[in-house]
Design a binder for this molecule. Structure first.
Ligand code: 57M
Length: 358
């Protein structure tokens, strides 16, 4: 809104010319989302507590009984802050903004349905894995198909470190992109098992993809870095800024010891959005590095379940996902969290360095 209201006045009030800059609007989208989540956090926690959205703690696994009753579905506040701040600061004529918001809210709706059944209706199972997957497939499929039909969008795959190896996947790009979006969404979901463990790397990934998507939308920078250029995609930097701000604001209350959990409404929406942004800026494979923590956590589950089935009951880890393994080894929760954050920052910097190593 602000962009459309104030930038047209730049001819009369020169200072308003600043609203044309994506960098300026992204910073203020971050600050707006940060303030919204910090200011409305307590009210959201009170509301969720009043609705008895307390987390059920499973008996098996690491001792989390002290967390019993912590309100969950705090991802609703993150969602409102991201959408509100984006609508305030983005150029709403840009269709990539609407595609990204569609993915964010679509995956969020799937997570909300799961949370609502589990937490409000007190049915422990929530949405069936099949229903959850099909709903995610629909949202991701609609968004990626819309993208592929864009004349300017390329189904070529950028491969880190290989400047001239850019295979065109053609229509195979659709299933590939679906794996990216759904894998990213569920990777964040699996990681969300300790206070602040998922939101920290999510903020790091959003900040990293803000740089990638800004560069992809800027013809001069894209040419200099020899990365794919997609005119107009730079506007999505504003959503990245909003996600960084909302994530930091949520962390204010989700930091150990957490006053609120994000719920599937938060983990699925933020993970799906990160996956879609990596597809938008043609850095799909780099998501493996930028979201390395999510990848490690997911791989630990795949290896654990696979090994369990093959060996008839043996385990590689004491408990999967990986964060529970360290918990079961006696590493304090806050130490696991901070170390995972450090690893996510390290991997994000390595991903950014590949822009020059090609
Ligand atoms: C998502 N949810 C947390 C909270 C959060 C296949 C198997 C690997 C599935 C996996 C699973 O259930 N994943 C679901 C992880 C849960 O957090 C809630 O879920 C939302 C995210 N979707 O927002 O509402 C618990 O995590 C803790 N938590 C915090 N702080 C936070 O900020 O402490 C969450 C957020 C919360 C709270 O205790 O209740 C979760 O862990 O379930 N299953 C598991 O992760 C289980 N692992 C397991 O069964 N491993 C097996 C096999 C299947 C691989 C094995 O290793 O042999 C663990 N989780 C639980 N108990 N709860 C271990 C057992």
């Amino acid at each position: 809104m602000i962009y459309h209201l104030l930038y047209p006045l730049a001819s009369q009030i020169g200072a308003f010319n600043v609203f044309r800059y994506i960098t300026f609007r992204s910073i203020y989208a971050l600050l707006t989302a940060l303030v919204l989540t910090i200011v409305f956090g307590p009210a959201m926690i009170r509301w969720l507590t009043k609705l008895k959205c307390g987390q059920y703690i499973r008996e098996d696994g690491p001792q989390h009984q002290c967390k019993q009753g912590t309100p969950t579905m705090g991802g609703l506040l993150v969602g409102l802050a991201v959408v509100g701040s984006t609508l305030l600061w983005a150029d709403l004529r840009n269709h990539y903004i609407w595609l990204a918001l569609f993915v964010f809210t679509g995956f969020g709706a799937v997570g909300f349905a799961d949370d609502y059944i589990k937490v409000v209706k007190k049915r422990n199972k929530g949405l069936s894995a099949r229903a959850k997957f099909l709903a995610q497939l629909f949202v991701a499929g609609a968004a990626v198909t819309a993208l592929i039909f864009e004349p300017v969008y390329s189904t070529k795959l950028s491969v880190p470190f290989f400047k001239y190896f850019v295979p065109d996947l053609g229509w195979f790009y659709l299933p590939f992109a679906l794996v990216v979006l759904i894998g990213s969404s569920n990777g964040v979901n699996l990681t969300d098992g300790l206070d602040g463990l998922a939101i920290g790397p999510t903020v790091v990934a959003a900040a990293t993809f803000a740089i990638f998507v800004y560069a992809a939308g800027h013809a001069g920078i894209a040419d200099y870095l020899n990365i794919a250029h997609l005119p107009g995609v730079g506007e999505v930097t504003i959503i990245c800024g909003a996600l960084v701000g909302a994530g930091l604001g949520f962390l204010w209350y989700n930091a150990y010891p957490a006053q609120v959990f994000m719920g599937d409404v938060g983990s699925l929406s933020m993970g799906g959005l990160l996956g879609f942004i990596s597809v938008l800026c043609k850095q799909e494979l780099l998501l493996v590095l930028v979201g390395g923590v999510f990848v490690f956590e997911t791989l630990s589950v795949i290896l654990q379940v696979g090994y369990f089935k093959v060996t008839g009951g043996k385990r590689i880890f004491r408990m999967a996902p990986l964060h529970h393994h360290f918990e079961m080894k006696g590493v304090p929760e806050s130490k696991i969290i901070i170390r995972f954050w450090i690893l996510s920052i390290l991997m994000a910097l390595m991903a950014l360095s590949t822009l020059k190593l090609r």
